[in-house]
Ligand binder design. Sequence first.
Ligand code: CMP
Length: 139
Amino acid sequence: MIERTFSIVKPDAVQRNLQGAILKMIQDAGLKIVAMKMIHMTKEQAEGFYAVHKDRPFFDSLVAYMCSGPCVVSVLEGENAIAKYREVMGATNPAEAAEGTIRKTFALDIEKNSCHGSDAPETAAQEIPYFFSQLEIVG
Ligand code: CMP
C-alpha cells in the first residue's frame, strides 16, 4: 500500500549540517520526498506537536530542544512508508538502534535523536497537516 508519513530532521542534525546525509538515507531506502521545508519551531508549535507526551518527564526538555534551532520537515511517500521510515530511523534510543540506521549513525542521545517519523497511519494523518497545507504537497 502506498502511504505517506511525516518526517522531521531535528535540530541536533541540522546544526551539524547533516540534513543532506539524512535525506540521502531516506531517498536511498526508496522513499520519495513529496513536500519539504525548513522551519524554526516556536514553543507553542513544539508543545502542540508533542501534546501526546505532555505528561512525560522529558516533555519540557524535548520542547526546549525542538525550538533550539531549525528543523527540516518533510512528507515521505512510498510502499509501507510509515514502517519503512521507522526502519530507516532505527530505535528511539540510539544505543538500541540497529547498524546503518539514521539514529545509530548520527543521533547523540535518546532526546537528541536526529529524526522523527510518524508511528501509525492515524498519527501521520495528524502530523502532516500540522505543518503542511495540501498546496505544499506535490502529487
Ligand atoms: P520522537 O520519535 O520524536 O518522539 C518523542 C521524542 O521525545 C523522541 O523522539 C525523543 O526525541 C524524545 N525523548 C526524550 N526522552 C525520551 C524517552 N525517555 N523516551 C522516548 N522519547 C524520548
